[in-house]
Ligand binder design. Structure first.
Ligand code: CTP
Ligand code: MG
Length: 399
């Protein structure tokens, strides 16, 4: 992963002229319907218009080419709408790489850095673009990418059977915009023209022997491929928040650490079991996953898997926030009730709220934590267990 910011890099970026190719010539077959997906409405603007708009405030951008299906080029200016930068519309080719080639031919020759972006990614943002440009200026080619979350299997080509498990640490999911120094993209496109097929230009640059840097992508920068992706994106922009609830209980045993949101409370008793028994984090993790419609803690982090058996609750909570982001949601507030006979939770509420706010990316005022006893009733009341209830409110990641 490349992170290359320094005053010299900033000076290079400030002075360099950038061109962007927005590829929008696909048919959107996997989404279906009579209108190509890039022309569908997403919260008042089309995917194409949002993708073009992502570059509105990009410093150094001097030229933009939008590659459209041939039959729509005549109407290109209206489809793209008002732009802050000079914009040409040209007719694309049969494959994405063909569309990129014609887009590159239409860019002014004096643009030294070229970004290639999918019209099907309407949520790119300026910090992301800036990271790509910075790494491109230094290394010649850069892709934004996010780490794989799931265990990755390679299947046999002839039947659905696992051939091998690929270490997840080396798997990155590539996004756009991808950045290239002009000569690197020229070489990549030349290679593509020789019959090499590729699903992105970074792949052609790699095959042409050029190193391609990875910069942090953005979980919200999703590609709209299926009808489900479009529905999720529309919900993100609807402004309607989502609510999830969570609950957790652990038995208490003498000599165990009592940890809530990663904060250790003075106690002779603590939760029993393999994990740290952090009921606050476990309940809130379920609330967040529930609000995102993304399953539950047991499904994502089964304690039968050695990776999660001893995992800290705050780590699982942070991962749940990442999973929610991948579904297009971010926390906007949370409320947790801890039910514990002793010790008292109230002296630790401020520390627990601060810890949770940091993991959730919220202000402390958006996170509430309350302690209660069970009035001596049941196992919790007898001091044999600790429980927590949580509610999380999520809002869409991008507007
Ligand atoms: N694209 C393009 N020219 C092509 C094929 C694709 O400009 N011949 C563009 C698409 O418009 C999209 C981006 O490349 O913005 C990424 O491609 P993809 O998500 O695969 O879109 P489609 O090819 O339109 O969808 P599908 O594969 O489902 O038909
Ligand atoms: Mg396609």
């Amino acid at each position: 992963m490349t992170d290359v910011r320094c005053p010299m890099v900033d000076a290079i970026i400030a002075s360099v002229s950038i061109g962007v190719i927005i590829v929008a010539a696909g048919k959107g077959e996997r989404l279906g319907g009579s209108v190509p997906k890039q022309l569908l409405d997403l919260g008042g603007r089309t995917l194409l218009q949002r993708s073009v708009g992502s570059f509105d405030d990009c410093p150094g951008l001097t030229a933009m080419v939008v590659v459209l299906p041939a039959e729509l080029v005549g109407n290109g200016a209206a489809l793209v709408g008002p732009t802050k930068h000079p914009c040409r519309c040209v007719a694309g080719g049969a494959r994405r790489q063909d569309s990129v080639r014609v887009g590159l031919e239409a860019l002014p020759p004096d643009v030294p850095i070229v970004l290639v972006h999918d019209a099907a990614r309407p949520f790119a943002n300026l910090p992301l673009i800036d990271r790509v440009v910075a790494a491109t200026a230094i290394t010649g080619a850069a892709v934004p990418a996010v780490p794989a979350r799931d265990t990755v299997k390679r299947a046999r080509i002839d039947r659905l059977e696992v051939e091998t498990t690929i270490p997840r640490e080396v798997i990155w999911l590539a996004q756009t915009p991808q950045g290239f120094r002009r000569e690197v993209l020229d070489a990549a496109v030349r290679l593509g023209a020789t019959g090499v097929a590729a699903t992105d230009e970074a792949m052609l640059a790699e095959l042409a022997g050029h190193p391609v840097a990875i910069v942090p992508g953005d979980e919200g920068n999703v590609k709209i491929t299926t009808r489900d992706d479009l529905d999720t994106a529309r919900r993100r922009l609807s402004g309607v928040p989502r609510v999830g609830t969570g609950y957790d209980l652990h038995r208490l045993a003498p000599g165990r650490a009592l940890v809530l949101a990663g904060i250790r409370l003075p106690s002779e008793f603590g939760p029993l079991g393999h994990s740290d028994g952090d009921v606050v984090c476990h309940a809130l993790t379920d609330a967040i996953l529930g609000a995102a419609g993304a399953g539950d803690i047991g499904g994502h982090f089964p304690n039968t898997d050695v990776r999660w058996k001893d995992a800290a609750g705050v780590d699982l909570l942070a991962r749940a926030v990442g999973i929610a982001a991948a579904h297009g949601w971010r926390p906007s507030s949370a409320d947790v009730t801890v039910i514990l006979e002793r010790p008292k939770v109230s002296p630790h509420v401020a520390a627990i709220r601060t810890a949770l706010a940091s993991v959730l990316g919220l202000e402390v005022s958006d996170v509430s934590v309350k302690g209660k006893t069970n009035e001596g009733v049941d196992a919790v009341g007898r001091g044999e267990a600790i429980a927590a209830h949580a509610v999380a409110v999520l809002v869409g990641l991008a507007r």
